[in-house]
Design a binder for this molecule. Structure first.
Ligand code: APR
Length: 242
């Protein structure tokens, strides 16, 4: 039996599926990944654009970068891999939860309903001084500087930067969903950024079957029940289509 057949076997009759995804899921839609050749971090100092300190130092530079990424994301369209996930989600009695590190909103644009955005969203803003609440903002470019309506401090992208905690409760919710899943499907993540990179351990520790889709091997590949080597846009339809 080949890898796809084994993976489809593990999925047959399953209702509760969690999909843990990273930048690779959006790659075929035209979004750059972070690491690897041509990645967003190639030739770019993370500290400048993806840390609270970087925003303190130069908020205009940070907003310029996030405005570019908003533009890229809005110019992208979901691909057949997204569509296959959403079709699976719409099956009767299916309970599919997306736990994504992506901030581009492509899953929601494909029609996904249950999406836990671990790292926030390009299309929300929040107060940089910590006032509670976030609000949707689709403007490209973002007209920085914009004051927080409550305290007047600067609005910032509502994404999780390095050295920052994830939104309250989202990791616990993701862990709960994975713990009660029948299968965990991991798509397009290098598995190097914590705490997201440890989520698969919950499934491995509970003997919940783990499937991984990635054109490259990752630290998870040798631990997964089935490693499906290839791009999400090609592999997901052949894995999920009925
Ligand atoms: N289909 C599936 N996987 C792919 C594809 C594709 N078409 N193209 C690339 N990949 C894989 C790469 O092989 C790599 O393993 O996607 C992964 C992308 O890894 P990263 O660029 O490290 O992205 P990610 O794992 O999402 O990064 C995690 O790091 O920079 C932070 O906050 C940022 O959410 C991000 C986090």
């Amino acid at each position: 039996m080949n890898a796809i057949e084994r993976a489809r076997g593990l999925l047959s009759g399953v209702r509760r599926l969690v999909v843990l995804s990273g930048a690779g899921l959006s790659a075929e839609s035209g979004m750059a990944t972070f690491r690897g050749a041509g990645g967003l971090w190639e030739g770019r100092r993370v500290e400048e654009v993806a840390t609270p300190e970087g925003f303190q130092r130069d908020p205009a530079l940070v907003w310029e970068w996030y405005s570019q990424r908003r533009g890229q994301a809005l110019a992208c369209r979901p691909h057949p891999g997204h569509e296959a996930l959403v079709a699976w989600e719409r099956r009767p009695e299916a309970h599919l939860v997306h736990v994504t590190q992506n901030v581009d909103g492509l899953l929601q644009r494909a029609g996904a309903e249950r999406v836990l955005e671990l790292h926030g969203s390009l299309f929300r803003v929040k107060c940089s001084a910590g006032c509670p609440g976030e609000r949707e903002d689709l403007r490209v470019p973002f007209p920085h500087p914009q004051p927080c309506p409550r305290c007047g401090d600067l609005l910032r992208p509502a994404v999780v930067w390095f050295h920052e905690m994830l939104p309250a409760g989202i990791l616990e919710e993701a862990a709960r969903e994975i713990g009660s899943a029948e299968v965990l499907l991991v798509v397009g993540t290098s598995g190097v950024v914590q705490p997201a990179a440890s989520l698969a351990d919950i499934a491995l520790g509970a003997a919940i079957p783990v499937l991984e889709v990635n054109p490259e091997e990752t630290p998870l590949s040798s631990l997964a029940d089935v490693f499906l080597k290839g791009p999400a846009g090609k592999v997901l339809p052949s894995l999920l289509d009925s």
